[in-house]
Write a new protein. Structure first.
Length: 525
């Protein structure tokens, strides 16, 4: 790589412009850009990041890859074999590029964190420049470069540093969560993400607390739950295997909370998608790679399956497949999911996977016109709420790991009731259970089968509707205009739904057939 070339972060506008000019052979024009200024909001540039981009770049001595051999005819020059060249280039690239072998993704150190490159060609560009200089006048073949790259990747010669989850990355350093002390960021301890603001020990968030209290009808238990959820997002607690569903009509604060959550974790650390894209676009899951938060909008307009949603909230491996690129392996989404809708979700998935993961919070308080005007006069969300992000972090960090787990797994009654309503809206078996059955530890009720009774001029009925569970369910579906499940599917969903509702039931066979212990049909009384 020639000394006149300077590598920048290609995710920024300057970096994109630089790259375009670089490809056209005219990068020098962009070395004079002023990078000392910072933009408003959460795109402010870190000073350390700028210094790295303008002053630090991989270096190699000219002709460093050439080996001289004495022959009878005189001295001959050859290129070093790929393994030797890989060792030399490893030294040049250490602290600048790293490769994650699990996701098959290159990362560039940008001063505050290791940032994943959009395409592997960006890493190839750096490698080719180094080999050009190291090979000097001899030049090289493409196979020589490919061999070196394969050794660097397959030999894990440029690994990412091991992540210390006890430290939180800010623009001004890594915060030790135990000692609350900052330490400088280097390629050896940097993580693959960073919060887009500085840590301030004395920050407060009184306006955020007041708004949250107002938004949930002054229910302090719900405020505490939302606080725990934001803390879980901050810590990357995907082990909770939950997602947050904000439900309410327009103008009730759902969007404000989601934007606050996005500002907390950073726009560059957030993926914004929809259920339709997430489930039906094969490349959409790749947008979640290296993100800490997934925001799903328009969720009430989707009516299909949710296999990808269950995968990303269940710590399953998901495909890292980008358009026009070879599939680059798989990864586990280390963030959390939040979605919003005006109505209940309408899905074809009736398994317990959705109900076990969903946490529903109702936003139903509309701001008055006077409150909206006062909010606008103060500068809106950014001036009132987002300016308190360092203080919000301090408030969230007061919760311990165990406290976050305890609060999330034991939501208040307001949220439990909302979850039950949401479950009944999406799962017809749960709706039927609530309306037509009673939990009774001493009872055993036969599942039965489908035996229609059709009489001209009368409504279709089923035999044993008052004693068989499946017959009762079919009659309920008929009157509720629901599409019934097949008997085998009904039996599986019934057991799962009862377990989700903490009903201790199990299937048992008796003389008359299969039945459920712990459940009985309601009497007419």
């Amino acid at each position: 790589m020639t000394d006149s070339k300077t590598y920048t972060d290609c995710s920024t506008e300057k970096g994109k412009a630089f790259l375009m000019q670089k490809l056209s052979g005219d990068a020098e024009k962009y070395n004079s850009f002023d990078t000392s200024s910072t933009s408003n909001g959460f795109e402010a540039t870190n000073t350390a990041l700028i210094q790295h981009q303008t002053n630090t770049k991989p270096k190699i001595d000219r002709d460093a890859l050439i080996h001289c051999v004495e022959t009878k005819q005189g001295t001959s020059e050859f290129l070093l074999i790929e393994s030797k060249a890989a060792e030399i280039l490893k030294e040049s690239l250490t602290g600048f590029l790293s490769h994650d072998i699990k996701s098959q993704t290159w990362h560039e150190f940008v001063g505050s964190h290791w940032q994943p490159l959009e395409t592997p060609q960006q890493a190839d560009e750096v490698l080719i420049d180094l080999i050009y200089k190291g090979a000097g006048k001899l030049g090289f073949r493409a196979a020589y470069k490919n061999g070196i790259r394969s050794l660097l990747i397959d030999g894990a010669m440029l690994p990412l540093p091991k992540v210390d989850h006890a430290k939180l990355p800010f623009k001004n350093g890594l915060l030790d969560l135990t000692t609350r002390k900052l330490e400088s960021i280097s390629p050896e301890n940097a993580q693959t993400w960073c919060l887009p603001y500085e840590y301030k020990l004395d920050g407060d968030c009184s306006a955020i607390k007041s708004w949250m209290k107002l938004a949930v009808d002054e229910d302090m238990e719900t405020v505490q739950f939302l606080r725990a959820w934001m803390a879980a997002v901050l810590h990357g607690r995907n082990d909770l295997q939950k997602f947050l569903h904000l439900k309410g009509s327009g103008g009730t604060g759902k969007g404000t909370f989601m934007r606050l959550l996005t500002a907390l974790i950073g726009q560059t650390n957030t993926a914004i998608t929809s259920l339709d894209q997430l489930e039906q676009n094969r490349f959409e899951t790749a947008t979640l790679y290296n993100k800490r938060l997934a925001v799903i909008s328009d969720s009430d307009k989707y009516g299909g399956s949710i296999n990808n949603l269950k995968a990303i909230t269940g710590q399953d491996h998901i495909r890292l497949e980008r358009k026009h690129q070879q599939q680059a392996g798989s990864f586990i989404f280390h963030g959390l999911v939040v979605m919003a809708s005006n109505e209940s979700l309408q899905l074809t998935d009736h398994t317990s996977g959705l109900d076990r993961r969903r946490i529903t919070v109702i936003f139903n308080r509309r701001a008055t016109n006077e409150e909206k005007q006062a909010w606008k006069n103060q500068g809106g969300e950014e001036a009132v709420l987002h300016s308190e992000l360092p203080g919000l972090v301090n408030w969230l960090l007061e919760l311990s790991h165990d406290e976050i787990t305890q609060i999330i797994n034991n939501p208040p009654d307001r949220i439990r009731n909302a979850d039950l309503d949401a479950m009944q809206a999406t799962n017809p078996v749960a709706d039927w259970l609530s309306e037509c059955t009673v939990y009774d530890p001493e009872a055993w009720t036969q599942i039965g089968d489908k035996r229609e009774i059709r009489e001209p001029g009368y409504e279709t009925t089923y035999q044993n509707v008052s004693t068989w569970l499946y017959a009762n369910y079919l009659q309920w579906c008929l009157r509720s205009h629901k599409t019934p499940l097949a008997i085998r599917r009904f039996r599986e969903i019934l057991i799962q739904t009862c377990e989700t509702l903490n009903m201790d039931v199990h299937e048992a066979r008796r003389g008359s057939g299969r039945g459920i212990c712990g459940l009985r049909i309601k009497n007419r009384d």
